[in-house]
Ligand binder design. Structure first.
Ligand code: FAD
Ligand code: MLT
Ligand code: ZN
Length: 509
């Protein structure tokens, strides 16, 4: 299967020499080059513990000029380089496959400017998303994206992956919010596209190519991004929904939400019961937002599906009144079984922690086969049921012959768990197959089946996480050969020697 098998090392790349390290030292000075294997190790491992490279050295520049000098040397020597931000990527894109040099933006964290008139924020690429959010908040604005990894991911990594997250529904993709970028190309040339103008139609919009390029076209060194005015108040509801039936019902709820909540809708997320169970079991202090639902209210105990609906409007009172009315009408119609409107920011925070914590909870459970797919909203959950059926019939007596194992039910250490959650408003389902350990046989059962299923339903095999290493060989499921050929020529134009993040995004020739 494509996922975990490493492609062979490209022997055209040079092997790192002591003389290279001496050049890096002279560019970066003390503390800029890490070679101690223990310190290098975390930069070689991805967030899920699925991929591990063999890079021997990590470069930590502080300035664009240093990035430029480093890449000039790497290009002259034909040394392969992996750009790395917060290393929270979920497709194996941020770590070496073989012995690539890691270029970390970890020390490039300066907030370069904020224009209070336009809300344009400019920062070095390594600035952590949560830090920028706090800076924008202080100035009455908000970052136009938010995601569960905000405490560690960097804005350059967000742009490089075209990260989506929980507020894409409100602010749209980064292709609209990013005003300008500064990028260092593979040969060390600095491409200054750091305009913070709202409108600029002078020729091809090159910055768009770097948004979602996953470190394969250039190293992003600074980002200018449009921060909208912060909403005066947000309110959150958590709802239990009676059935999924290929997600049609959820779509009905979404339509109802759109009718009743209109423009104010700022997030519309879902989790299935299996996701809720994993989160409750593995997140310390996680609480069920509908307490007692498992025991007291029989129908809610069977609710297979939960929604997190956020509205952002003029006042908390007004928002809450709207959410209560929405809840009442949808419950009256039987579309929603039960629900709660968060009474304060603490309760809202707990609900968000539960939804956003599923990823972390799954990591505690063991290995994760993670598929980030998009479909028409009506069809988006079908893949989760299909995966459950497929695995249940492949392992009728449990995974690893564990007897009590099941594909969806009890949490024995041998059991597979198939969970679905994600951004319902955007048609983006996260199908996760949680296993006690990575297993080639299991992987071969899932891939390429999951990609074939997705293509057959006109979906995308990567809605928001990118292709990275995991899905580079699979791009053909979502893009025609002509598009892949054009991508290859764009890659060759920007990085003729292919030294930037090799083995990622594009399939081997
Ligand atoms: P890294 O992981 O370091 O790198 C990711 C990719 O970008 C790599 O290919 C790397 O080479 C490249 N890259 C990094 N920095 C640069 C740079 N300066 N220049 C060029 N290339 C660069 N994603 C979503 O879309 N939506 C979510 O809701 C979401 N939630 C998440 C929740 C959790 C708990 C976790 C762990 C991850 C989540 N992600 C989500 C994955 C998401 O891609 C990353 O969180 C984030 O966008 C990556 O930023 P990073 O700085 O960690 O990048
Ligand atoms: C999310 O929506 O929670 C993120 O994309 C992370 C994940 O898919 O697990
Ligand atoms: Zn997501």
């Amino acid at each position: 299967a494509a996922g975990t098998l490493a492609p062979p090392r490209n022997t055209e790349f040079a092997l790192l020499q002591d003389s290279d390290l001496a050049v890096f030292d002279s560019i970066l000075g003390s503390g800029g080059v890490i070679t101690d294997p223990h310190e290098v190790d975390p930069y070689n491992r991805d967030w899920m513990g699925k991929y591990r490279g063999r890079g021997r050295c990590v470069l930590r520049p502080r300035s664009t000029a240093q990035v430029s000098a480093l890449l000039r040397h790497c290009s002259a020597r034909r040394l392969a380089v992996v750009p790395q931000g917060g290393n929270t990527g979920l497709v194996g894109g941020s770590v070496p496959v073989h012995d690539e040099v890691v270029l970390s933006t970890g020390l490039m964290t300066t907030l370069l400017g904020f224009d209070p008139g336009s809300g344009a924020l400019t920062a070095q690429a390594g600035a952590v998303l949560a830090t920028l959010e706090a800076a924008a908040r202080e100035r009455g604005h908000a970052m136009p994206l938010d995601l569960g990894a905000s405490g560690s991911c960097a804005i350059g990594g967000n742009v490089a992956t075209n990260a989506g997250g929980i507020r894409l529904l409100r602010h749209g993709p980064l292709h609209g919010s990013v005003l300008g970028l500064e990028v260092v190309l593979a040969g060390g040339q600095v491409l200054d596209l750091l305009s913070s103008l709202r409108k600029d139609n002078t020729g091809y919009d090159l910055k768009q190519l770097f948004i979602g390029s996953e470190g394969t076209l250039g190293v992003i060194t600074a980002v200018a991004i449009q921060c909208p005015a912060a909403s005066p108040a947000t309110s959150l509801a958590y709802l239990a929904v009676p059935s999924f039936k290929a997600a049609q019902q959820a779509h009905g709820v979404l339509q109802a939400a759109r009718q009743n909540l209109g423009e104010l809708l700022s997030a519309f997320e879902f989790l299935d019961r299996e996701s809720l169970e994993v989160a409750k079991q593995f997140l310390p202090g996680a609480r069920d937002p509908l307490p007692g639902s498992d025991t007291v209210i029989p129908y809610t105990a069977q609710a297979p599906f939960f929604l997190v609906v956020e509205i952002a409007g003029s006042s908390e009172q007004h928002n809450a009144a709207m959410l209560e009315a929405f809840l009442e009408s949808t419950m009256g119609e039987g579309r929603v079984l039960d629900g709660v409107v968060a009474q304060d920011s603490r309760q809202a925070g707990e609900i968000w922690a539960l939804r956003e914590g599923i990823t972390e909870a799954l990591r505690h459970r063991g290995a994760i086969y993670k598929y980030d797919l998009s479909f028409r909203v009506e069809e988006m959950y079908g893949v989760v049921g299909a995966a459950r059926e497929r695995l249940a019939s492949a392992y009728p007596s449990g995974f690893l012959g564990g007897g009590a194992g099941s594909t969806a039910g009890s949490d024995t250490e041998h059991a597979l768990k198939v969970v679905g959650y994600g951004h319902l408003g955007d048609g983006n389902v996260h199908l996760n197959i949680s296993a006690p350990r990575y297993d080639a046989g299991l992987e071969a059962l899932i891939e390429p089946w999951v990609y074939e299923f997705t293509a057959a339903h006109s979906g995308s095999i990567s809605a928001e996480h990118g292709l990275g290493r995991m899905k580079a060989p699979c791009i053909g499921y979502s893009k025609p050969p002509e598009a892949v050929r054009l991508m290859r020529s764009i890659k060759a134009a920007f990085d003729p020697q292919g030294i930037l993040n090799p083995y990622k995004v594009l399939p081997p020739e």
